[in-house]
Ligand binder design. Structure first.
Ligand code: C2E
Ligand code: MG
Ligand code: MG
Length: 908
């Protein structure tokens, strides 16, 4: 709607002008102006014979007898004029002889004289009376109307081509003189730019007296005879304040016709089209051009239209009606102004109310200041943040809320600094609340030129919570929350920094990874709370033990690390590691409990043991693993051999996985005999790896790797299955043998060993009593209760359990008490030295005695010669196994040697 507002205004204005009748006045006023500015010369072909004051004076009587007019016609004929038009009333009779004389003159003129007819209102003013020349004159003359139309403004502008008098068309006097008799057209507009001053005039009296000079002027001219004397009253007002006598007006009309200047207004279609074009121009430019440009465009259009109209009128007898254009243009200009004033005012008010609403509802603080930085706006958000009410702050300096001696931001901030900031840039500064508290504020400032100078606005936000959160997140990302030490990530960064520094000055950096021995047990036995206290105490002890340039980190649950330039540790790295370890000789205080904790340490040094943080961490860990495996409670400095071993181990693991797939494993069987009579009582299944290149590989080389790798389960299962199957086959062949199978640690971890043993027995058909499972101490170590349960279930099945390598571990004796075993296998290390080493003999002897006491079977391994066998037999050991009776051998060989005939084995 708003878009078309100006056009609607224009339409209304035009409608009012047209309906109110002001259109023609405007149009005429513009036309009059153009007449005033243009100037045309008369042709000079029409001469006015003036019945002027001097003629009246000279003739001396009034009204004149018609003989004078008759005489005039004769004189004019003599002067050889072209046309004679008399603008004199001949409608009423005068004295008869005079009339006759005039009629004769007309007749003599050959009927070429034009006499006027005119209409004039009767006295009742309702009807018209037509004044015609008397019949006797009309017979010998041309009739012509001399009526002119007087406009509402009392001015004559139009002139008719003729009129219908009593139903007959009579041409107008000017039309007759111009030779245009056609009954046509509406009245034309007299061209008032033709200057009447140039119309040739001669005095009636001069013609009448036959003044040769006067008559000379009239030769071949058209003449109009009429009254010009003021007292005759035949006068008309025309545009631009000019008054013309009747004959001059008739002459002007005739001149207009003769010069083809019978003006016509352009058609309404032209005006309508022009207005439509103007509307289109405005429609197009309204939003595209500024108001000023539009006004200029409109003014230019007005000038162009007027100039065009002027030019058109100069060249053609056409009067372009520009009045409506000018009205439209004026209204458009007014509407533009209105629009501008409106919009600005409205926008101002809308913006103001919007600003108020936004400012009041904003959660953030919004503060505006004047050019002196005195606060002018203070919203509820600002009150919430700073604690001041608006009335306390309006008019006060902005700097009142800035903590110039702040502590959280880098530099103190003043509002005067805002002037230098780019608009919209966000800064942080220390704010001060009404209670004096200093806190971080985030602010974005803007400045603008207001009505009373430059002003500032600031959106402020209390970011103390955000800052705290960010600090907390940073802390969580970088530190170990339990101990407050840096975490693995941070250590990594620190280590890298230390390495770069060391690289620059040619120094070394040591990394020690410290593992707590048996931390799991502390957690399990004393609970996690105590475990946490221990970890804290350890972190404190480590922190206290390092030089200032060192850094302690917690890497994982029970692992810590120390990164330190070697230049700061004084002695050798070994000595430093030892000191760290020794630091734990004194018990730790965890709550109210004193605990003794041991740590194992692995250490690596930049650049020798690794050039990056990753390499150092990895190698120090390897050294720690080595320490835990070989030097628990001590330290190991990284060496390349550790990594090489690891690599070797990894290669072996891969090879073993491949070997399992290719079925390269094989079970050998070693006989077990009754020492007294050499009777075969059983066989121990012992694994071999038939390596495609290396030949037979003994289990000592690969089982430790198998036992700690993922293929352990698979291989252990295969051993049990294969041995039981073989034992069952021998059983079916009539050989009642005990099959010894070595258990792997992984079989105890799963907890379902008893189930799988039962399944294997069921699958193979081996009697449970023929199966003897051999366990070593390392199997029992990690979960005694679990092992106990499994053993009980296995024994339920009827399967025997014997303790392998008895006497080599730390707690062999205690296990005898804890576990429900069926027998012992005396380790071959005691048996091998039995004959020579009295200690071994004592151990073996007491083991045999112990087993007897406990009701356990006992078998000696590693019997390599007969005398050892005999000694063992004498000592009370009933069973034996060793090279002396047979080496571990493939099943076929075993069958050939021992199962061919059920005989006692002959000892070599
Ligand atoms: P072990 O269970 O104590 O097996 C007895 C070991 O003593 C066998 O070594 C055997 O060849 C060896 N031996 C027997 N008599 C003599 C002797 O007169 N003199 C000497 N010097 N040695 C004798 P092997 O076959 O090399 O096995 C070594 C260890 O590997 C086994 O010790 C056992 O702990 C493990 N092992 C062997 N096979 C398997 C298996 O199938 N599963 C599991 N889990 N471990 C196995
Ligand atoms: Mg064994
Ligand atoms: Mg053994």
């Amino acid at each position: 709607m708003k878009r078309y507002r100006s056009h609607i205004f224009v339409m209304i204005a035009l409608a009012i002008v047209l309906a109110g009748g002001w259109h023609s006045s405007l149009r005429n006023a513009l036309a009059d102006l153009r007449f005033a500015w243009q100037s045309r010369q008369v042709s000079g072909n029409i001469v006015v014979i003036a019945i002027d004051a001097s003629s009246i004076d000279r003739i001396g009587v009034w009204p004149w007898p018609r003989v004078l007019h008759a005489e005039l016609i004769r004189q004019l004929q003599k002067a050889d004029v072209q046309d004679i038009a008399l603008d004199v009333d001949f409608s009423t009779p005068s004295d008869a002889s005079s009339d006759r004389n005039f009629a004769e003159a007309l007749q003599n003129a050959g009927g070429s004289v034009v006499l006027p007819s005119f209409q004039q209102p009767r006295t009742d003013r309702t009807t018209l009376h037509i004044n015609r020349p008397l019949q006797q004159f009309a017979e010998h003359s041309w009739p012509a109307v001399v009526n002119v139309e007087v406009g509402r403004d009392g001015l004559v502008r139009h002139y008719p081509f003729g009129e219908k008098l009593d139903g007959k068309f009579v041409p107008s006097m000017a039309a007759v003189l111009a030779g245009q008799y056609a009954e046509k057209r509406t009245p034309f507009l007299i061209d008032f730019s033709i200057r009447t001053a140039g119309i040739p005039k001669v005095s009636f009296a001069d013609v009448l007296r036959g003044d040769p000079a006067t008559l000379q002027k009239l030769q071949s001219k058209k003449v109009i005879v009429g009254g010009t004397a003021l007292e005759l009253g035949d006068r008309f007002s025309v545009p631009n304040g000019v008054i013309l006598s009747g004959p001059v007006l008739q002459t002007l009309a005739a001149e207009s016709l003769l010069q083809n200047r019978a003006l016509q207004w352009t058609s309404g279609v032209v005006t309508a089209t022009g207005l439509a074009l103007l509307a289109l121009l405005m429609l197009f430019s309204w939003r595209r051009l500024s108001a000023g440009t539009r006004v200029a465009l409109l003014a230019a259009t007005a000038i162009a239209i007027e100039a065009g109209a002027f030019a058109l009128q100069a060249v053609f007898p056409l009067m372009l009606d520009t009045s409506l254009f000018h009205i439209a243009i004026i209204v458009y200009i007014a509407a533009t102004g209105l629009d501008e004033i409106d919009i600005r005012d409205l926008l101002g008010r809308v913006a103001e109310s919007r600003f108020q609403r936004v400012a009041m509802s904003l959660g953030d603080g919004l503060i505006c200041t004047d050019s002196n930085y005195l606060i002018t706006v203070w919203n509820p958000g600002a009150t919430a943040i700073f604690g001041y009410l608006p009335e306390e702050m309006i008019g006060r300096s902005f700097d009142k809320i800035c903590a110039r001696d702040g502590t959280t931001a880098t530099s103190p901030f003043s509002i005067s600094d805002a002037a230098r900031l780019a608009a919209g840039s966000v800064i942080e500064f220390d704010g001060r609340r009404s209670n004096g508290e200093v806190f971080p504020v985030e602010a974005s400032f803007s400045g603008w030129q207001g009505t009373d100078g430059f002003q500032f606005g600031a959106i402020l936000r209390d970011i103390s919570v955000r800052k705290r959160e960010a600090a907390r997140i940073k802390y969580l990302a970088e530190y170990d929350t339990l101990t407050g030490l840096i975490n693995r990530n941070t250590l990594h960064g620190e280590l890298e920094a230390k390495i770069s520094a060391a690289e620059a000055n040619g120094h070394k950096v040591a990394l020690l990874v410290i593992g707590i021995d048996g931390f799991q047990q502390i957690n399990d036995m004393l609970g996690h709370t105590c475990g946490d206290l221990v970890l804290r105490a350890i972190s404190q002890r480590l922190t206290a033990a390092i030089p200032p340039a060192g850094q302690v980190a917690r890497l994982s649950g029970d692992e810590f690390a120390i990164a330190v330039p070697t230049s700061d540790i004084g002695e050798s790295l070994g000595r430093f590691a030892e000191q760290i370890g020794d630091g734990f000789d004194t018990p730790l205080l965890a709550g109210n409990r004193h605990l003794r904790v041991k740590v194992s340490i692995g250490a690596a040094v930049f650049p020798g043991d690794g050039r990056t943080a990753d390499e150092l961490l990895s190698n120090a860990h390897l050294a720690l693993s080595r320490a835990k495996a070989t030097n628990r409670g001590g330290y190991v400095l990284f060496e390349d051999s550790i990594r090489r071993e690891l690599e070797k181990r990894l290669t072996l693991e891969a090879e073993l996985a491949l070997a399992a797939e290719r079925n390269e494993f094989e079970l050998f069987y070693q006989p077990q005999l009754h020492l007294a009579d050499g009777r075969l009582i059983g066989a121990e299944a012992l694994i071999r790896w038939r390596h495609p290149e290396r030949g037979l590989v003994s289990p000592g080389e690969f089982m430790p790797v198998v036992n700690t790798s993922p293929i352990s389960d698979r291989i252990a299962e295969w051993v049990l299955q294969t041995a039981c199957a073989k034992g069952a086959a021998w059983e079916r062949a009539g050989h009642k043998l005990r099959i010894g199978v070595n258990l792997s640690p992984s079989q105890m971890v799963s907890g379902d060993l008893a189930i799988s043993v039962a399944q294997v027995l069921a699958n193979t058909g081996l009697s449970p009593t023929s199966l003897e499972l051999e366990v070593t101490e390392d199997i029992l170590l990690h979960d005694e209760q679990g092992a106990l349960n499994t053993f009980l279930e296995i024994q339920e099945l009827g399967v025997r359990l014997v303790f392998d390598d008895f006497g080599t571990g730390f707690a062999s004796l205690s296990y005898l008490k804890k576990f429900p075993l069926d027998g012992l296998k005396i380790d071959r290390s005691f048996v091998l030295g039995l004959l020579t080493n009295p200690d071994d003999a004592a151990i073996v002897s007491s083991t045999i005695g112990l087993s007897k006491q406990l009701g356990l079977s006992v078998i000696a391994e590693g019997i390599e010669d007969r005398s050892t066998a005999d000694l063992l037999a004498r000592m009370g050991c009933e069973e034996g196994q060793g090279y002396c009776f047979g080496r571990p051998m493939p099943a076929t060989e075993f069958e050939a040697k021992f199962l061919a005939a059920p005989t006692a084995v002959e000892v070599a």
